[in-house]
Ligand binder design. Structure first.
Ligand code: GLU
Length: 377
């Protein structure tokens, strides 16, 4: 079935990021599925033939390493996981390379860590490299640089990485290929009446709640991380389609605008590149909690003034990213603070004309200027 909204989303997607999960590429013991990878490569070729720029974000390195080393199951400690990733990554790339070579497509391996996205220069370098690879007609294939990623600098999962890459490139569409058909209204294994949701206009609490239920029922973290990733992309003003990568010809169907999987529609206005970086990419260093009046002002797109802040949490410097929350701690926005946490603590709750008496001068009337603020709720 062809749906006009899908048609619209897909036809406007001139740059697309396609993420493939381990469970699509390998069996539970880590044996890579050559046939599946060849089929993916065939479809990637066809998507590129339509003139689209394509980036592939692939998991499967650790899984493939487990298979190659004949360990039988995934190790639990970091060093062994990292070693498996190093072994498996070459196997994975070799298969992509062989499968795409018949179309004369060059593959380009890009391994990234979360800290590459925190650092503005490296962030821009990653973008420049990907754009230049497009110019050469090569296919960028991205995975997390597992060998050097430790807890503090990990994306956590490749869904998050794929969302970051989508926002980095301002790609209008992210396709998440997994081993389920999409988001269901309930767990389809226990509730025969569970419906596959074809379109989700807004990833609000009622939607994230579905993932929590699915997670506890199925015992995997898959859907929750996919919804978080989808949210990061839809909040930036782009679309996400989640579909079953184990189905034959799934990418062909997605790009034909067929109603397969779940489409998450863009939510709100498109967020410009600079705001995507601090609003949706960099990890916040602190929190401002707001009273009702300030909450309303921020939601209306106004600057945040000291008078509306009831609490300052964390330690941060001038220019760092802070979360802007309501009194209950629900995130409303993110922004660049004009003041360090120490100075902000001293002036919170004060009228702007009282700042000078406390700090000796008024470098900025607002704590966060509206130009440096992104609504994320
Ligand atoms: N980077 C990991 C790998 O290639 C995958 C992480 C994930 O599954 O999200 O094995």
């Amino acid at each position: 079935m062809v749906d006009p909204v899908r048609q619209d989303v897909v036809s406007g997607a001139t740059t697309v990021v396609i993420k493939v999960g381990t469970n699509v590429l390998a069996n539970p013991t880590g044996h890579l599925d050559r046939h599946r990878i060849q089929s993916l490569a065939d479809q990637l070729h066809r998507v590129r033939e339509t003139g689209r720029k394509v980036v592939l974000v692939t998991s499967g390195a650790i899984g493939a390493g487990v298979g190659k080393l004949h360990i039988g199951k995934r190790p639990t400690d970091l060093a062994h996981l990292q070693a498996c990733a190093a072994v498996g990554q070459t196997a994975l790339m070799q298969l992509y390379q062989e499968s795409l070579a018949r179309y004369g497509i060059h593959t380009a391996q890009i391994l990234l860590t979360a800290s590459d996205f925190e650092n503005r220069a490296r962030y821009l370098n990653a973008r420049n490299t990907i754009v230049t690879l497009f110019e050469y007609g090569a296919l960028p294939i991205i995975n997390e640089n597992d060998t050097v990623s430790v807890a503090e600098i990990k994306f956590g999962d490749n869904d998050h990485l794929a969302a970051m890459v989508t926002n980095l490139l301002r790609a209008p569409l992210l396709v998440l290929l997994t081993n389920v058909d999409g988001l269901y209204s309930d767990d389809p294994r226990t509730n025969p009446d569970a419906q596959l949701l074809a379109t989700v206009p807004n990833i609000d609490h009622s939607v994230t709640g579905l993932a929590a239920e699915t997670k506890s029922a199925l015992g995997t973290g898959g859907m929750e991380s996919k919804l978080k990733a989808a949210r990061l992309v839809t909040v930036a003003g782009e679309a996400v389609i989640m579909a079953n990568g184990s189905l034959d010809g799934i990418l062909d169907r997605v790009f034909a605008g067929e109603t397969v999987g779940t489409l998450f529609l863009p939510h709100g206005e498109g967020v410009p590149s600079r705001k995507r970086w601090f609003g949706l990419t960099v990890r916040p260093k602190g929190v401002f909690r707001l009273d009702r009046g300030a909450r309303q002002a921020v939601l209306e797109g106004k600057s945040l003034l000291p008078i509306g802040v009831t609490a300052v949490e964390g330690e941060f410097g001038k220019g760092d990213v802070v979360l802007i929350c309501d009194t209950e701690g629900t995130e409303l926005a993110r922004g660049l603070s004009n003041y360090s946490s120490g100075a902000a603590e001293r002036i919170r709750g004060l009228h702007t004309d009282k700042i000078a008496a406390v700090l000796g001068s008024v470098p900025y009337p607002e704590l966060v200027h509206r130009d440096n603020l992104v609504l994320t709720s």
